[in-house]
Design a protein around this ligand. Structure first.
Ligand SMILES: Cc1ncc(C[n+]2csc(CCOP(=O)(O)OP(=O)(O)O)c2C)c(N)n1
Length: 944
């Protein structure tokens, strides 16, 4: 063990001196006279309030290196001064690293490695110094104490059952806040008898429910919370105390572990409802339902600070993906309440230790946490750290970080590690976490270190792979017994009181009384969504999406009016001027104008709009320009925020470079806010598969599994422009494969007017299903893909568009159907080759498949012989397999028609890398479609 040497400074001490200096700047009276003199002398040296703190530290360091230097505190006696500095270093070492020596593991499996800096000897302090008095340098403890007492304080504060990790935070105020809250009580809760009884009651509830289910439903999976029962008093504290902070809604996200326990003991689900699920009864009305430990619930709980609405989000098995979904849901609720300070709706996320450390979406969600478009003002994270994930117990295998919580340091969240065997410490950590979140509006972590009584599920035998750990587990009496014994021993309760408490709980379970806190009866429903209007609606219900001519003129004016003197980029200026002409009918509408008009009209009619994605403000392909940048001062202006006074909110926001978390967030948002148009846009459709779990587990199946409506719109730029394998395909085939039971809509609009009406239809119809759009790229600038402005006034979204050229219907023998951009290649080639026997139709909505409309087009050609599906994608991709299936195109074909394919061959990669080869393939498929070459592919008869 070595003394740090002539330099008394190391990084820990530097932080301490900086802190002291800040205190001095705020109020010189709050620092010790020696330090006051020292800092004053720096100012006398010419350094003023603006002196960088690093310079203060440097000067101090220099002074300390020179024993005769008069400027440093205590300089009159360098030896004493050296000891004093060492004591301060020691105190600071506990603040930094005390958690590494804290008593956190209920299983006491491993001796924690010694931290040299926590030993006084490391700082040159010996036995003889223990009784010497030193300045504590602390605002929260007496100024001067014997070293022995100082050691007691820092060990009690930082090395008992709460290990606080917070010195990584840069903001001095936040660090100071935590220091004060912990040091002034030495991390001892000091709860009164009522509070302690409530904690025991909740611990008993947590444990007794599991034991009850264990004996009543033998061998059934429930992902027991046993070993981590302190989770329940912790959540109880968060809910009860949140009311006093003015929180009106708490949205909880969590995985399997302890979920049934939370449903019953925190959210207030009726016990018999759960028992029914164990008995295989299904009470829901959704198409498939889900297992009991994925189901959500909501209730209203009475707290001392008023009623708090609790929601437990429905979630799939996929660990951690619920995190951004909850954040989106919270943000929607905050927006609905105009809760700009984010005081009224609180997100709480429960995690497993292995999942928290391992799943990337955790980091993505942290990265969203303070951004403009996604912040929810801080989340309380609870890690139910049972020190094992499935069978991975050894941290060598499950992570590379010291703690499973280290990823949270990226956003400078404070982390309270706490021993689950001390429920009072756990509740204290919860209280601090909530107070911190409400004060600083940042994420905060509680790492509840506990154990898992059984295997991963109750059917598992854990000792087969974790023999040593489970030897300890089996010796452990459980927190319920430990805490009850403690209260009895301390005279707070009698054993008879404890037994009565347990009996009362089981009686309540059996007689189906809610066993969470008090359920509220007088609930304010003002901010709750009524989903009744969305029930029983159909995709083909009409939607009045057209505008009056007056609206077109007024909204165009609003979209093209900028503040006086706003300096536009010349290209943007031209775009704005063109938008004026488009509105006046002097130019065909382009996609940028049509899309902006769709939003403008929705806002005008009272529907909020939220659009997010990478570069969404401008549009990846430079077409949207919903955010206009002043070329002189860099300020921005959003015309869509100036449609009319009192309009609903419009937010277009460039997202972080994430697909998974951002899409999940928007799913959560749209599910909680059905009145808004909520859009997530991928940069290119290819990138959507980074968020595949969100499509599979939520977007396509939320209604079938959970009966949850979701009207999210997803724009996936798609189309074969020769940009290579990665910028061509949004994997349309995968979305079509997910389609069933009218679970979502898949559309490929081919014109600006179609985009306009489709976006408006999505909100104006009370039909809330996800909308997947294969959105345009090169079409945005295609000379033929423009629409007359009248289509805003008299149009609607067309499911199918028949031939547009005046061909003789009787002469048509082949009908070519396609979707999207390839239509224009076909049209141009058909025109330039003067072909008159082939008609081209577009199917703009692929799912739900518009049978009636497709059949009507087919039947309108009396001499038709064949129908050909044309696509740019390879044959194993795109829509071909879908079109071939009996339920779709073949169902609409007449008996005598053959059905052919023109498109790329089977391919492992979505597209080729060479532009030359791309063009050759593209020409080939167009030629095939137009019978300029013979179709090489087999045709299919309806009767086949
Ligand atoms: C994304 C994902 N991968 C794998 C699994 C399978 N799985 C279910 S629970 C589990 C272990 C989770 O460990 P931990 O996060 O520590 O939670 P615990 O079960 O210990 O409470 C795994 C790997 C899953 N559900 N989700």
């Amino acid at each position: 063990m070595s003394n740090p040497g002539p330099s008394v400074l190391y990084s820990g001490n530097a932080a301490f001196i900086e802190q002291l200096y800040e205190t001095f700047l705020r109020d010189p009276g709050q620092v010790e006279p020696e330090w006051r003199e020292y800092f004053a002398s720096l100012q006398a040296d010419g350094a003023g309030r603006d002196t960088p703190h690093s310079q203060v530290v440097q000067k101090f360091s220099d002074a300390a290196r020179q024993p005769r230097a008069a400027a440093a505190p205590g300089a009159a006696s360098p030896a004493i001064h050296q000891k004093q500095v060492s004591v301060l270093q020691l105190i600071n070492a506990y603040r930094f690293r005390g958690h590494q020596q804290a008593d956190l593991d209920p299983l006491k499996q491993h001796e924690r490695p010694k931290v040299p800096e926590l030993d006084p000897a490391f700082h040159g302090l010996d036995q003889a110094d223990l009784d010497a008095k030193f300045n504590t340098g602390s605002l929260f403890a007496p100024n001067e104490l014997a070293l022995r007492e100082i050691l007691d304080i820092v060990r009690e504060t930082y090395c008992r059952t709460i290990g606080a990790e917070y010195m990584h935070i840069n903001e001095t105020e936040q660090k100071r806040w935590i220091q004060q809250r912990l040091e002034e009580i030495r991390s001892k809760p000091g709860f009164g008898i009522d509070k302690r009884k409530r904690i025991l009651d909740r611990v008993i509830a947590a444990n007794a429910l599991e034991e009850y289910l264990h004996t009543k439903y033998v061998g059934q999976k429930r992902f027991s919370l046993e070993g981590g029962e302190s989770t329940i008093p912790l959540l109880d504290e968060l809910v009860q105390a949140s009311g006093t902070h003015g929180v009106r809604e708490v949205v909880i996200g969590m995985a399997h572990r302890g979920r049934l326990n939370v449903l019953i003991n925190i959210i207030g689900k009726r016990p018999h409802e759960l028992f029914g699920e164990f008995e295989g009864k299904y009470g829901g009305d959704s198409a498939s339902g889900d297992v009991k430990y994925h189901l959500g619930y909501s209730s209203d709980i009475q707290t001392p600070g008023g009623v708090v609405h609790l929601t437990l989000a429905f979630n799939p098995s996929h660990l951690e993906i619920i995190d951004p979904v909850v954040e989106g849901s919270v943000r929607a609720r905050q927006d609905r309440r105009l809760d700009r300070t984010r005081d009224q709706v609180l997100p709480v996320l429960l995690h497993g230790d292995a999942a928290f450390a391992g799943q990337g979406v955790v980091m993505e969600t942290f990265q969203l946490s303070q951004t403009r478009g996604y912040t929810t003002g801080g989340t309380i994270h609870v890690i139910v750290n049972n020190q094992i994930g499935f069978t991975t117990s050894d941290p060598l295998d499950s992570r590379s970080t010291l703690y499973c919580t280290d990823v949270a340091k990226a956003v400078q969240a404070p982390i309270f590690h706490v021993n689950g065997d001390d429920p009072e410490a756990v509740v204290l950590a919860g209280k601090l976490a909530l107070d911190f979140r409400m004060e600083f509006k940042k994420d905060v972590i509680i790492d509840l270190v506990c154990f898992r009584r059984h295997g991963h599920s109750e059917a598992d035998e854990p000792a087969a792979t974790q023999p040593i750990m489970y030897r300890q587990v089996r010796k452990h009496p459980g927190v319920r017994r430990l805490y009850a014994e403690r209260l009895v021993q301390e005279g707070a309760m009698s054993q008879a009181d404890v037994d009565a408490m347990a009996k009362e709980y089981v009686d309540s379970l059996e007689s189906n009384r809610p066993v969470a806190g008090t359920l509220a009866t007088n609930v304010d429903t003002k901010f709750l969504i009524n989903y009744a209007p969305y029930k029983g609606t159909a995709w083909n219900m009409p939607a009045d999406t057209a505008l009056s001519a007056e609206m077109v003129a007024r909204l165009t004016e609003r979209l093209t009016t900028l503040p006086e003197g706003f300096a536009l980029h010349p290209t943007v200026q031209r775009i704005i001027e063109n938008r004026r002409k488009m509105g006046a009918g002097e130019m065909g509408m382009d996609w940028g104008y049509a899309e902006n008009m769709a939003y403008a009209a929705l806002l005008d009619q009272g529907y909020p709009v939220r659009l997010s994605g990478q570069d969404s403000g401008r549009g990846t392909f430079f077409h949207r320009h919903a955010v206009i940048h002043n070329q002189e001062d860099g300020t921005t202006f959003l015309p869509l925020q100036h449609i009319r006074p009192g309009q609903p909110s419009f937010l277009v926001i460039n997202s972080t470079l994430s697909e998974e978390a951002v899409l999940a967030f928007e799913y959560g948002y749209s599910s909680a806010e059905p009145s808004s148009l909520v859009i997530w846009e991928a940069q290119f459709g290819d990138f959507a598969n980074g968020a595949q779990v969100v499509f599979d587990q939520f977007i396509s199946s939320c209604e079938a599994k959970w009966g949850r409506f979701c009207g999210l719109t997803v724009m996936l730029p798609h189309g074969y422009d020769g940009q290579g394998p990665e910028h061509s395909s949004a994997r349309l085939e995968r979305f079509l494969q997910l389609c069933a039971q009218e679970n979502m809509q898949v559309c490929v609009p081919s014109t600006p007017a179609q985009m306009f009406h489709m976006l408006r239809r999505q909100v104006i119809r009370p039909y809330r299903k996800p909308l997947i759009i294969m959105s345009p790229k090169s079409l945005l600038r295609h000379k033929l893909s423009v629409s007359p402005v009248d289509l805003l006034v008299k149009g609607r979204f067309e499911l199918v568009i028949d031939e547009i050229d005046p061909l003789d219907k009787g002469a048509i023998t082949r009908l070519v159907f396609c979707a999207g951009k390839v239509y224009f290649d076909l049209l141009e080639a058909r025109r330039s080759n003067s072909i008159s026997n082939i008609a081209i139709g577009r199917i703009e909505q692929l799912f739900p498949f518009p049978h009636k409309e497709v059949k009507a087009v087919i039947d309108s050609y009396p001499n038709l012989k064949e129908v050909v599906w044309v696509q740019e994608e390879p044959k194993n991709q795109g829509s071909w397999y879908y079109m071939q299936s009996r339920g779709t195109m073949i169902g609409a074909l007449g008996e005598h028609h053959t059905f052919g394919y023109a498109g790329r061959h089977y391919s492992a990669s979505p597209a080729v890398g060479s532009m030359g080869l791309h063009q050759k393939q593209q020409k080939q498929l167009v030629d095939d479609a137009l019978a300029l070459t013979k179709l090489e592919v087999t045709t299919h008869r309806k009767s086949a």
